[in-house]
Design a protein around this ligand. Structure first.
Ligand code: ZN
Length: 243
């Protein structure tokens, strides 16, 4: 079995297509939220996602923002402008689909959330200390999170060791079982770890291993669409740097 784990597509269809092409045939796709927001093709990304095999998808803060379910004053000005643009651009059918996304799903020994198991919509799991606190908030062995757009693996250490953070090496298989862990595949549509390539995980649930991948995509194509849509220039520029 081969599962594609991805997050934070952020309406960047060019990046999303590059990930799907690189992933090849998969048995299931698990998406950790923020399918829309920031990028220029929210409807196209939702419709592409809907057609994928074994799809499981949770809601992110930008999905909620586009639906008016969040107070936009918590967003910076560019994010707010993009959220308002997304709200105007979504078709009624795609809005309804976003409305139906759960905050949390358990599937085959995994908990799927956008931010953290403690606060699924908002909390960032960026440090071993925060990861450690969050171990108490899910019952499965592994929790998959997005939101930070930074690839990361947090694993529970032996008694008294707390949580250990691993920086994933693309292409290198990582054995996630049998230790409890919180794992972030990084971002598809707006990476923030200084590498502009789209990030994702291919997971083999039978073997208990996963492999991180990075794939280049035509950034200029997304940037041109953002300019044409009148989205904030800073949001387009950051895609070149992965920041
Ligand atoms: Zn995001």
């Amino acid at each position: 079995m081969r599962y594609l784990i991805l997050s934070d597509i952020h309406a960047n269809l060019a990046a999303f297509e590059a990930v799907l092409a690189a992933a090849g045939v998969v048995d299931a796709v698990w998406c950790l939220g923020d399918t829309v927001g920031y990028g220029p093709q929210p409807n196209e990304c939702i419709e592409r996602l809907q057609g994928l095999p074994g799809l499981v998808c949770v809601a992110g803060n930008h999905d909620w923002a586009a639906l008016g379910k969040l107070d936009l004053s918590a967003f910076n000005r560019d994010a707010r402008t993009a959220a308002e643009w997304t709200a105007r651009t979504l078709t009624p059918a795609n809005r309804a689909w976003l409305e139906g996304l759960p905050e949390r799903v358990e599937r085959e020994g995994f908990t799927l959330v956008h931010g953290s198991p403690r606060f699924p919509i908002w909390e960032y799991v960026l440090t071993p200390a925060v990861a450690y606190e969050n171990l108490a908030y899910f019952d499965t062995l592994t929790c998959l999170v997005g939101h930070s757009h930074i690839p990361a693996i947090f694993q529970e250490g032996r008694a008294g060791q707390g949580v250990i953070q691993f920086v994933p090496v693309p292409g290198e298989p990582f054995r996630y079982r049998p230790v409890r862990s919180i794992i972030n595949p990084g971002g598809v549509g707006q990476p923030r770890d200084g590498d502009p390539r789209a990030s994702f995980i291919l997971l083999d649930p039978d073997a208990g291993t996963l492999v991180y991948h990075r794939v280049p995509y035509p950034v200029e194509e997304t940037q041109a669409r953002m300019r044409a849509a009148g989205l904030p220039p800073r949001l387009a520029a950051r895609l070149s740097y992965g920041l």
